[in-house]
Design a protein around this ligand. Structure first.
Ligand SMILES: Nc1ncnc2c1ncn2[C@@H]1O[C@H](COP(=O)(O)OP(=O)(O)O)[C@@H](O)[C@H]1O
Ligand SMILES: [Mg+2]
Length: 248
């Protein structure tokens, strides 16, 4: 029988997490759970603190107080490198590719800190190319010459090259056409079906709630609501605040 206890241990478990930038407090006590094997969405208006939370989770800014655990391990004081090698991988807002470098070299940057053989690297690259065939076609092209959607594929592919247990994607669809968003969503579903846990920040609330198992709503540095994607889609308050729907 499978070890259900391990499977039940959340890949992300936050209690009372506070963080910010120097004197500027942004997160005011975040409680959030991402269950292993699930897609969890984080939604909320501009400036709510979603990016700041992802930056704190990936160790780019310190956690001032509260608890941050993953797979039962305390990461509240861990460095960015330790968090990455634990398997929590951040695909940042704006993609942050090396524009002059080829797609393949950008992808390989994702594996930079891993101690793996070249045959494992090749296998992981092939897996990224199978997920995003467009990247294979253009693998020798400078990443700056890609379309926005292809750049997002490359950024996610680079994340995959870091061997994530939890892939955190900040603003999946920003600036992309509906067709491309559909392709990215299909790719995330496929990765999740293979067992990858995903934490997604997405401004298109319907796309996010439709894709996810669970969702958390952030406002002014706090979690103000949570539930299954379906429950939140049916929630009149969410409809009013984020979908522009007035239910009467
Ligand atoms: N580098 C920074 N220094 C100071 N304040 C920041 C910085 N980055 C973001 N903030 C502030 O933190 C708050 C949350 O921003 P952010 O996490 O980017 O929100 P979201 O991703 O939900 O739009 C905003 O008020 C923003 O002005
Ligand atoms: Mg943001």
């Amino acid at each position: 029988m499978a070890d259900t206890k391990l499977a039940d241990t959340p890949i992300l478990e936050l209690q009372g997490v506070r963080a910010g930038y120097g004197e500027v407090q942004v997160l005011w006590g975040i409680d959030l759970v991402v269950r292993n094997g699930e897609i969890t969405a984080l939604i909320g208006s501009n400036g709510a603190g979603k990016t700041t939370l992802m930056r704190a989770l990936s160790g780019l800014i310190p956690i001032q107080s509260g608890s941050y655990r993953s797979d039962g391990r305390d990461l509240s004081k861990a460095t960015a490198a330790e968090i990455l090698s634990h398997g929590i991988v951040h695909v940042p807002e704006g993609r942050r590719l090396f524009g002059a470098m080829s797609i393949e070299d950008n992808l390989l940057m994702g594996a930079y800190s891993r101690q793996v053989s070249s045959s494992e690297l090749k296998r992981d690259l092939d897996r990224v190319y199978a997920t995003f065939p467009k990247l294979f076609e253009r693998r020798n092209q400078a990443s700056a010459t890609l379309s926005g959607g292809e750049q997002q594929m490359c950024a996610i592919g680079r994340g995959l090259m870091s061997a994530p247990k939890l892939l955190m994607i900040d603003e999946l669809s920003l600036g992309l056409s509906p067709l491309l968003v559909e392709q990215l969503v299909a790719a995330l579903r496929a990765l999740n079906a293979e067992g990858m846990s995903i934490l997604l920040v997405e401004q298109d609330v319907i796309t996010a709630l439709d894709l996810c198992h669970s969702a958390f709503v952030m406002d002014m540095g706090r979690i103000v609501r949570s539930g299954s994607g379906q429950d939140l889609l049916a929630d009149p308050i969410i409809g009013e605040a984020y979908l522009g729907v007035l239910k009467g």
